[in-house]
Design a protein around this ligand. Structure first.
Ligand code: URA
Length: 246
């Protein structure tokens, strides 16, 4: 089953979604071992809240933050760790630690990617944060997004980058973000892209172009709506819903 381009979300049958969820997810996982789809009952419960068009802003933020925290923790689970002998108050233990915690850099793709900072800075309060502002050309949605602003930590070469953007539709923004990182000396294999919902077409495009990056996502949705380029079932415009500008 290929990703469908469809006109209206009503076209999505419940059976198709169930079929997609079971079969396509497994195929994707097998084809792209560098892709982690964080799908279990708990994440389904949270996604059900934020997908609902009637969920008000405060509740949307609360549940989006919950899932983003899980995604960030999963991204850390994918990093290299080292074991160091340390002491508890009464004995010794093998302490598992990130190999070089100060080597981590966060980069958000603005505006929606900034929503990850709330939870990220609780988990890693001293992480350096860079930002990339990209904007889709509204007249030619499929075309490459325009880069308006980049501010990255000066010493980024050789560091591990956690790249954040909650939605991958066509994949254009994240591809441009990765290009910018590689331009300043980040190694492809040092990039972990953290994402809430990906469209199947977009995620394949990104991973076929950059097979050495890691992707952590909460869901791979089957459809990309032809006119709006929204993901379906999706959740609408993430930035508008999270920041209350809808
Ligand atoms: N960006 C969003 O906020 N939502 C989509 O469905 C696709 C891109």
């Amino acid at each position: 089953v290929n990703t469908l381009l469809c006109q209206a979300p009503q076209n999505i049958s419940k059976d198709y979604l169930k079929f997609f969820a079971e079969r396509e997810m497994n195929e994707l996982r097998m084809r792209y071992p560098q892709l982690t789809i964080l799908q279990n009952n708990q994440t389904q419960l949270i996604f059900s809240k934020i997908r609902n068009k009637d969920t008000p802003t405060a509740e949307f933020r609360h549940h989006a933050d919950r899932i983003m925290r899980l995604l960030i923790e999963t991204a850390l689970n994918e990093q290299e760790i080292q074991v160091i002998k340390r002491e508890t108050p009464c004995s010794y233990y093998d302490s598992s630690e990130l190999r070089n915690p100060t080597d981590f850099v966060a980069v958000t793709i603005m505006r929606a990617g900034n929503s990850f900072l709330h939870e990220l800075l609780r988990i890693m309060p001293d992480i350096d944060v860079g930002q990339i502002l990209l904007q889709r050309d509204e007249t030619t949605k499929e075309k490459r997004p325009i880069l308006y602003y980049t501010k990255l930590p000066k010493r980024i070469q050789g560091r591990k980058v956690l790249l954040f953007d909650p939605m991958i539709a066509t994949g254009g923004s994240v591809i441009k973000g990765i290009e910018e990182l590689i331009k300043v000396g980040v190694q492809e294999q040092d990039i972990t892209f953290v994402n809430l919902i990906a469209c199947e077409k977009g995620i394949k495009k990104v991973l076929d172009l950059y097979p050495r990056i890691k992707i952590i996502t909460g869901s791979v949705d089957p459809l990309l709506l032809e006119d709006s380029k929204y993901i379906a079932p999706g959740l609408g415009d993430f930035g508008d819903r999270y920041f209350g500008t809808n």
